[in-house]
Structure formats: C-alpha cells, structure tokens
Write a protein that binds this ligand. Structure first.
Ligand code: UDP
Ligand code: MG
Length: 316
C-alpha cells in the first residue's frame, strides 16, 4: 500500500458524494495502490448509508465507524492509527481542501525527500472576519509557545510519511493537536500552498465552543506560560495590596481615617477576580492531567470494513 488518505467525517451527507468523486478522480490516475480511510465520527444523518453505497463501487474505500462522536482530532487519530500506507494524507471532507492536491503533495515529498508536506492556505478570504482574526491570534501564539516552526495557516491538510505516523502513534499523549505535534516532531518538511475554498455544502462542525476547546487544548498541551502569568498576576496583586495596606495604616496613624467602603469593595472584587482567574487556569491544566491520567482511549471503533473483508481463499 503506497498511500492512505484519512478523512474524518461528521454529518457530511450534503457533500460526501461530490467529495468522493473528486478524490477518486485525483487518486485513480496515480496508478499506485491506495486506500481511502473514511472515519465516520458518529454521524447521525445519511452519511453511513451513503458510505455503504459508495463502497460498493469503490474497492479502495474503507470505512472506520466510531461508536459516537469523538471529535475531529480523535477521528483523525483513529484514521492515522489504522492507516497502512507508506504515505498518509489527511483531508477534510467538505472540499475546503482540494483533493487534487494530494498527488501534488506526494510528488513534492518524493522530489524533496521530506517526511512532511503541509497544506498551507495562501489566503483566507473565504473565512469570516472573526475566523481570520481568531486564527491569526491562534497561530501567532502557538508559533511562540510550541517552540517549533508551526507553519501559519496550516490546518489538518497534510501528508506524512509512515515514519512520522508511527512516531505519532507511539506518543503516549492521548488528546492530540496534530497541527502542533507534527511540527514539534521536527522532521524535514515542505509546504504546498493552496486557496482554501468555501465549504462546498453543509455547515461547519466547528462552532465557537469547539474552537475555544481546540485553543485551550493547544495552549495547555504546549505551554506552561499561562500558569506563570497567573503567578505574576498574584505577585503584582500582592504588591498592590501591600501598598494599599501601608497607605491604610499610615492614614489610620495620622488619624485621617475615612469610611472608605469604596476602596474596600474594589480591593475585594479585584483580589477575588484575580484568584478566580488563576483557579480557572489551574483547572485547565488539572483537567488535562486528569484526562491523560485516566488513560481512556480517545476514540471508540465500532467497525472497520478492512476487518470484514478478509479475502476468502478458494480451497485447493
Ligand atoms: N469533523 C469530525 N468530527 C467532528 C467535527 C468535524 O470528524 O466532531 C470533520 C468534518 O466532517 C470535516 C472536518 O472534520 O471533514 C473539518 O470540520 P469542519 O469543516 O466542520 O471545520 P471547519 O472547516 O469549519 O473548521
Ligand atoms: Mg471545513
């Protein structure tokens, strides 16, 4: 098997057939053995039925069904873990990442002898202003914090060599943010620029809450700086408090005490706010430690068509 293409899919009935047609048209001319590993992340619409129908006419299509929705990164993990190709590409099903680029990535990787090819969006005009802004903030922050050369605007459209996939699988970390982990591994890489189209059909499966989740996961998995910021907030707060205390004592000694409930009120609020903030921050890290310590699998596989289709050998 030369190439595996991993596709996490969640409620994509509107776009699935179009996607499959374009992907197949891009892969068949390669003339190399390949598999398409579609990971159905617990879809509740017609996606499973469509996949069954597609599989009938496309022997290279393999469907890994998760028992319930485990999230994009977990679905990606399932697909990577089960892929068998010497090269493994990952791509979204909504046609925002053009499937025609997969062969281009493969050629680039072979030509330049690299292990990783990132698909990098050269413009984000199709995204909303809000998404562009938050993405800019996210990549800026993560470039600094991950300490690795995270290519800006590289999402989860990329090609990895078997070596990288195996290294990723061997990492004990369960809740993975691949767009940071892959650069962190530090393999030689190259980029292929592309224009990110609008979603061909259906709606985004990344509402704000999930974007925030990805953001905090990214930060807490690669940086302890927020904790240090919390410490500094505490130090600064303490200094301010000390000054306030000295002033209060001075005022008391000079007999110029005033009712001053406003300052008390403000101070209590301020300290309370700083403490809550720091507690919340600590909570994020404790939560992450907790999740990792539970050692639960990040995804639950219900079925894999590759397991069913054992070739029946004629008795001779
Ligand atoms: N996806 C998934 N599980 C989820 C959410 C999304 O497998 O819980 C898939 C989705 O079907 C798509 C890809 O992940 O193939 C990216 O999602 P989407 O296009 O909705 O994200 P966006 O491009 O809006 O960031
Ligand atoms: Mg999308």
């Amino acid at each position: 098997m030369e190439l595996s293409v991993v596709v996490p899919v969640y409620d994509e009935e509107d776009v699935l057939e179009l996607f499959a047609a374009r992907l197949r048209a891009a892969l068949d001319p390669l003339g190399e053995p390949y598999e398409v590993v579609v990971v159905d992340d617990g879809s509740r619409d017609a996606t499973p039925r469509l996949l069954e129908a597609l599989r009938a006419g496309w022997p290279q299509l393999r469907v890994v069904r998760l028992r319930r929705n485990c999230g994009h990164q977990a679905a990606l993990t399932a697909g990577l873990d089960r892929s068998r190709g010497a090269w493994v590409a990952s791509i979204d099903a909504d046609l925002q990442d053009p499937p025609e680029l997969v062969p281009v990535m493969l050629t680039a990787a072979r030509r330049e002898g690299v292990d990783v090819v990132y698909g990098v969006r050269d413009d984000r005009t199709s995204d909303t202003w809000f998404k562009r802004r938050t993405a800019g903030l996210y990549y800026g922050l993560m470039r600094r914090e991950a300490g690795a050369d995270v290519p800006a605007d590289a999402g989860d459209f990329r090609l990895l060599s078997r070596r990288v996939v195996d290294e990723l699988a061997a990492l004990p970390e369960r809740h993975r943010v691949y767009r940071l982990l892959v650069p962190w591994l530090g393999h030689p890489s190259t980029v292929v620029a592309y224009r990110r189209d609008e979603r061909a059909a259906g709606t985004s499966k990344y509402p704000l809450a999930r974007m925030v989740r990805l953001g905090t996961d990214s930060l807490t998995s690669f940086s302890a700086r927020p904790l240090r910021v919390a410490t500094w907030c505490g130090v600064l707060g303490s200094l301010v408090c000390l000054l306030a205390m000295l002033t209060a004592v001075g005022a008391h000694l000079s007999g110029a005490t005033v009712p001053g409930w406003a300052s008390t009120f403000v101070a209590v609020l301020f300290v309370g706010a700083v403490q809550l903030l720091c507690l919340g921050l600590l909570g994020e890290y404790v939560g992450r430690l907790y999740a990792e310590a539970q050692h639960r699998p990040p995804y639950l596989v219900a079925s894999d068509t590759a397991d069913e289709r054992r070739p029946t050998r004629p008795a001779s």
